[in-house]
Write a protein that binds this ligand. Structure first.
Ligand code: BDR
Ligand code: CA
Length: 308
């Protein structure tokens, strides 16, 4: 039986590939979008675009247009002004649901036993749902989050984008008592799409594979421009889908993770307690440490090859 998943995202290049993957590997119940990589109007359009390219009828629900307490900030240096620069975007034939994201997520959790939330954007929608209905933390099978880092950040020296964009929301999620699985940059930077892999994806020839290859061409060039090094990009968000659908691909450690919400230089930093001994704080998350990169790539290839 495929695992039921609710996908909360801010598409975003890697978010779109996470949608394609979740549609093949899980029972994808619903998608909610949030302000993040781009303003909400764009992440909504991009989520709908992903569904259209993959031929999915999955409902897309509009979520928060800004973080809990801070102004919205975006990642145009990686995803472009539209959040999905690069591929030709088809004319949309479908619309977002009129049911707001938080309402729809709470209803889905009531209806689907064992629901996983996979959250791959700023955590505003998920935090709002947990604040509105604290029982949600226990009702869900878990929350698989792409966010954080224990090494260098990608927005600042200390912080990863999703946590940095809404640190208060990330704190709510980590303190809710849910089964949180965390894919930080230390993990996602092990799953990189270089020119060779992008060519293999393109050669699959399906609609989703061609769209993914166009996305990854832009994404790889944006990474090289922003961070230096070769034209290649890490597939962050698909890791959080795979953590639920294919958990055998990962090694992990239970850790306490706190979010820095106040620091002048460290806002959005995830402070992972990696100590041992009696002073270590009790774990509140399963932190993913390693991915079987080759096997994960094969799962992605199979999924894109089997899609529209
Ligand atoms: C995260 O930020 C976004 O740019 C990506 O979609 C991913 O979710 C990586 O820091
Ligand atoms: Ca994302």
């Amino acid at each position: 039986m495929p695992v039921p998943i609710w996908l909360d995202c801010d598409p975003g290049h890697d978010d779109v590939i996470a949608i394609f993957l979740a549609a093949q590997r899980s029972d994808l119940i619903g998608i909610s979008v949030v302000s993040g990589n781009a303003p909400l109007a764009f992440t909504e359009r991009n989520g709908l675009t992903a569904c259209q390219v993959a031929g999915l009828a999955t409902p897309v629900h509009r979520g928060a247009a800004k973080p809990l307490v801070r102004p919205a900030q975006h990642a145009e240096y990686i995803h472009g002004e539209s959040g999905l620069d690069g591929p030709a975007i088809p004319t949309l034939t479908r619309k977002a649901s009129e049911v707001p994201a938080v309402r729809a997520l709470l209803d889905a959790a009531e209806k689907h036993a064992g629901l996983w939330v996979v959250a791959v954007g700023p955590l505003t929608n998920v935090a709002l749902a947990l604040l509105l209905e604290p029982g949600l933390a226990q009702r869900l099978a878990g929350i698989s989050v792409m966010g954080g880092t224990w090494g260098p950040g990608n927005v600042t020296a200390a912080a990863e984008f999703n946590v940095w964009a809404d640190p208060e929301a990330a704190q709510v999620v980590l303190e809710a008592g849910a089964n949180v699985v965390l894919a930080g940059l230390d993990l996602t930077h092990q799953f990189v799409m270089d020119r060779g892999r992008i060519a293999q994806i393109r050669a699959l020839g399906t609609q989703t594979a061609l769209f993914s290859a166009d996305l990854l061409d832009y994404f790889a060039a944006a990474y090289a421009r922003s961070y230096g090094g070769p034209a290649q990009g890490p597939l962050h968000d698909p890791c959080s889908v795979l953590a639920v659908t294919d958990p055998h691909l990962f090694a992990s450690e239970p850790r306490h993770v706190a979010v820095e919400c106040a620091g002048e230089f460290t806002r959005g930093m995830t402070v992972v307690d990696r100590r041992t001994g009696p002073r270590v704080l009790p774990p509140n998350a399963t932190v993913l440490t390693n991915i079987d990169d080759e096997a994960a790539f094969q799962v992605l290839m199979d999924a894109l090859g089997a899609s529209l």
